[in-house]
Design a protein around this ligand. Structure first.
Ligand SMILES: *Cc1c(COP(=O)(O)O)cnc(C)c1O
Length: 410
């Protein structure tokens, strides 16, 4: 009999978003008139901007003519896009990253999961708790953990609690960890790490030969000038960090698909014989073997984001979401919630301040206000008691949801 990958059986049945959908569906069935406002899943709502659409069209037209038609492109992405990213996102911030250290892909979700392939199976891995569920699930699928334990942890994986008590920045591990996933601005908490905080992590990684997998999917939402936009703004990070960026939340590419991963050429790790090997070379081999590139029109569209007009348009879209976040922050605070995040990230992370558990708050808001958010406990045990609101909604709906929440008995 063919054997399956038993590691998949350890997964907690993808319980978070399917469970939210199930409860919403059930409620809708019993209350067909209810106008449900969804602020749960992290998906953008504004369309692609005019400059991006224009470039996208041009790319499509080029594909229609023999003289400009493109077949397979370079697996790691077209030079024009990688050059634009290196200049606009890194060199302009004093980070010494070059086009040949950038890999274009169809998403950071895939990249943050796939990257584990280039690392040995016995590495000790640490994740933030609460955390973007993709990291944990892909670690489990790859057989790098034991089973799920009653405390909500997978055996063998290190969980670093991020709560109000530590400003949502995990404590530096007391022991040596090989691989650390860090996400800033953070999903789900919407909080950020300052330069000093990130420097502590880079220094730790340098002392312990740790690799930091830095997910900066929400970099474009940073408004405060003292928050680093890339980990490579920190001295020495090029020797210890891989950075993931995505155009999904930056420019509304969730349905268009384009992201990029930076693997500096200085980055090395040990082979089993003790020899140091370049992680860039390994990922290059992996990427060119298992991936055949992002479509040409999409890369054309992506490059338009880094033009002056493109940047202005992206800023406007992000401004719209961040105005929602501000409205949520102010009003939820008025309602007596403890409110975090939402200043440099599209997520507002709240604690009811009344000792209500995450799923109980979910049910209360769904049943009484017809508002859907995400229970914090779904992102990890340290998320219990918290709740995530996404600001990717229309402003009208944000206002409506607040009005409804204010009319509830708390
Ligand atoms: C949305 C998101 C991504 C982006 O995923 P894509 O596959 O590029 O759409 C990556 N990391 C985090 C934490 C996210 O929330």
């Amino acid at each position: 009999m063919v054997q399956i990958n038993d590691n998949y059986l350890k997964l907690q049945a993808g319980y978070l978003f399917p469970e939210i959908s199930r409860r919403v569906r059930e409620f809708q069935k019993e209350n067909p008139q209810a106008d449900i406002i969804k602020m749960g899943i992290g998906d953008v709502t504004l369309p692609l901007t005019p400059t991006v659409i224009r470039a996208f069209h041009e790319g499509v037209v080029e594909m229609s003519k023999a003289e400009t038609f493109k077949g397979y492109g370079p697996e790691q992405g077209y030079g024009f896009l990688r050059e634009a990213i290196a200049k606009s996102e890194y060199q302009s911030r004093g980070a010494d990253i070059h086009a040949d250290e950038i890999f274009i892909s169809d998403g950071s979700k895939c990249d943050t999961g796939n990257i584990l392939e280039i690392f040995g199976p016995d590495n000790i891995i640490a994740v933030q708790d609460p955390v973007y569920p993709v990291y944990v699930d892909t670690i489990v699928m790859a057989g790098r953990t034991g089973g799920y334990q009653p405390n909500g942890h997978f055996e063998g994986l290190i969980y670093m609690p991020c709560t109000a008590e530590n400003d949502f920045i995990p404590e530096i591990p007391k022991t040596a960890v090989d691989i650390v996933f860090l996400c800033y601005p953070n999903n789900p908490t919407g909080t950020t790490a300052s330069k000093q905080e990130l420097k502590k992590w880079v220094d730790y990684a340098r002392r312990n030969n740790t690799i930091i997998l830095f997910d900066a999917a929400y970099e474009a939402y940073i408004a405060d000038s003292d928050i680093p936009h890339t980990i490579y703004e920190i001295d020495g990070a090029k020797e210890v960090a891989i950075e993931f960026r995505s155009l999904s939340k930056t420019a509304g590419f969730t349905g268009t698909r384009c992201a990029y991963t930076i693997i500096p050429k200085d980055l090395v790790a040990s082979a089993s014989d003790g020899n140091k090997k370049s992680l860039h070379s390994l990922w290059f081999r992996r990427h060119t073997t298992k991936f055949n590139g992002v479509s040409y029109p999409v890369q054309k569209a992506a490059a338009a984001i880094f033009t002056p007009e493109g940047k202005e348009e992206v800023k406007t879209s992000i401004g719209y979401y961040m105005n929602n976040a501000k409205t949520l922050r102010e009003n939820l605070t008025e309602l007596g919630f403890q409110v975090f995040g939402g200043k440099n990230a599209p997520y507002v992370w709240v604690n009811s301040g009344r000792g209500i558990k995450s799923w109980d708050l979910f049910d209360k808001l769904l049943n009484e206000a017809h508002v859907v958010g995400t229970p914090g406990s779904g992102f990890g045990p340290s998320g219990e008691g918290y709740f995530r609101f996404s600001s990717f909604a229309t402003h009208e709906n944000v206002l409506k949801s607040i009005e409804r929440m204010k009319s509830l008995k708390w």
